[in-house]
Design a binder for this molecule. Structure first.
Ligand code: NDP
Length: 414
């Protein structure tokens, strides 16, 4: 991650900051618009994008009047265009991956909120990095699947990467500057990455076999999209976050300790060589890290209410259980192996989570599928984007075949 502020040199301080939101209709997108709406003179929405939700994107366009709106599919784009014209709004509607990449790299865009879910966000997030934008990174999968290649693009183009994941945002807030040179040289001993433990933190392993998508998506502390909710339930989200933290903070998995903290009040910590531990606390509300990254290095209002420590009263901590949550163990292994193994992990997880949401496989089959993919595909260095997409593609096919094969021999994959 570059800690050089791009804003001072390239952004006219008197003009509103131009913002594109990739994935505007999702949980992060909606929270971002909520924060932006509190600062109408400071920010100007240039572009909003969505995949399927025409009506929601239309409402957002009416409220924020961007210059561009992107719907991934042409028929949805056509519907949006008709509605906007009927409302008398002059908003250019674009479509497809090209549309996403274009609005991520427009000259009038200063900040890009990368909040598309999964690998689908990689190209447009990379386009923002190539355009030298301030990239507010929610889409952790993009970084996990492309690793060094992504970080090289950020550096080469003098872009700036600010983390939106509450944990990484907290680490960023607790970290001294210049961590690009390695944590040891700046007196940091380790990162304490907190995890709520998700909805099944205390559920016995046997009972996990029967849990439903609705139960997996009912996170105790956070209201999020379905994919990240299931990732939180399997703890793969924490696994992806370990890999994300390694890239963002130029460290390795041995310097990261996962700490279960069910209250989600401490969002992560940084331990220094003198024994000091700095933590960032706050209510579990994504508007705090979003406002932090939008305002940095200033602080801006987010709409988040004050933390009531008397109401919380108690903060507790536990070690993670790698037996009940093997996805976390797999991700830790992958973080150490490197190369395309994290591309495989991410793609296999996306396929498995979707199959679980579609009720084709059981909850406990998710890590089995990922393990199968990791054992089938050999690890290569991440040296170009084509290779990443090839590996992503092969992994998806292998996982899909595995699911189909196992499904034809039983009703649900166990
Ligand atoms: P949601 O599922 O709520 O939203 C995803 C957004 O991406 C929607 O705007 C959706 O459009 C769009 N989208 C989905 N598929 C595609 C596609 N194939 N091409 C283009 N756009 C697409 O997800 P979240 O907001 O929860 O998460 C977004 C990212 O942020 C994820 O990477 C997640 O891990 C990360 N994150 C989320 C947190 C949270 O609190 N939600 C916390 C930390 C990180 P449409 O609505 O039209 O389907």
């Amino acid at each position: 991650m570059s800690s050089k502020p791009v804003s001072s040199s390239t952004i006219d301080p008197s003009a509103p900051i131009g913002v594109t939101i990739l994935g505007a209709t999702g949980s992060i997108g909606i929270n971002t618009l909520d924060v932006l709406s509190r600062h109408p003179n400071r920010f100007r929405v240039i572009a909003l994008t969505a995949n399927t939700q025409v009506d929601r994107l239309y409402e957002q366009c009416v409220q924020f009047q961007p210059e561009y709106a992107v719907m991934v599919f042409a028929d949805a784009a056509q519907q949006l265009d008709v509605k906007l014209k009927q409302a008398g709004l002059m908003i250019e509607v674009l479509t497809g991956e090209d549309g996403l990449e274009l609005v991520a790299s427009l000259a009038q865009v200063d900040y890009v909120m990368a909040a598309i879910v999964g690998a689908a966000g990689l190209r447009s997030t990379l386009a923002a990095a190539r355009g030298g934008k301030r990239v507010l990174l929610a889409n952790k999968e993009a970084l996990v699947m492309s690793g060094k290649l992504f970080m090289d693009e950020v550096q080469r183009n003098n872009a700036m990467l600010l983390p939106i994941d509450s944990e990484h945002n907290a680490i960023f807030q607790c970290m001294p500057p210049n961590y690009d040179n390695g944590l040891e040289s700046i007196g940091v001993r380790r990162i304490l990455l907190t995890a709520s433990g998700g909805p099944f933190r205390t559920t016995p392993k046997q009972a996990l076999q029967k849990v439903t998508p609705a139960q997996a998506c009912a996170h105790p502390n956070w209201d999020m999209g379905k994919k990240i909710s299931v990732d939180s339930a399997t703890m793969m989200n924490k696994g992806l976050e370990i890999i994300e933290a390694c890239w963002l903070f130029n460290t390795n998995a041995d310097n990261i300790q996962v700490v279960l903290h069910p209250q989600s009040v401490i969002h992560s910590m940084v331990e220094y060589t003198d024994g000091s531990v700095l933590a960032q606390l706050g209510n579990p509300d994504m508007r705090t890290p979003i406002a932090h990254a939008l305002g940095w290095p200033s602080r801006i209002a987010s709409g988040v209410k004050s933390l009531d420590l008397f109401e919380i009263a108690k903060l507790s901590f536990e070690p993670p259980d790698l037996d009940r949550f093997p996805g976390l163990r797999l991700a830790m292994q992958v973080a150490r192996i490197g190369g395309t193994s994290s591309t495989v992990l991410n793609a296999a997880n996306e396929v498995a989570v979707q199959a679980f949401l579609d009720r084709k496989i059981s909850f406990l089959a998710i890590p089995n599928i990922i393990e199968h993919a990791l054992s089938e595909i050999s690890v290569e260095p991440v040296d170009n984007l084509e290779k990443i997409f090839q590996v992503d593609d092969i992994t998806r096919k292998i996982c899909q075949e595995y699911i189909d094969r196992r499904q034809s021999s039983s009703n649900t994959l166990h």
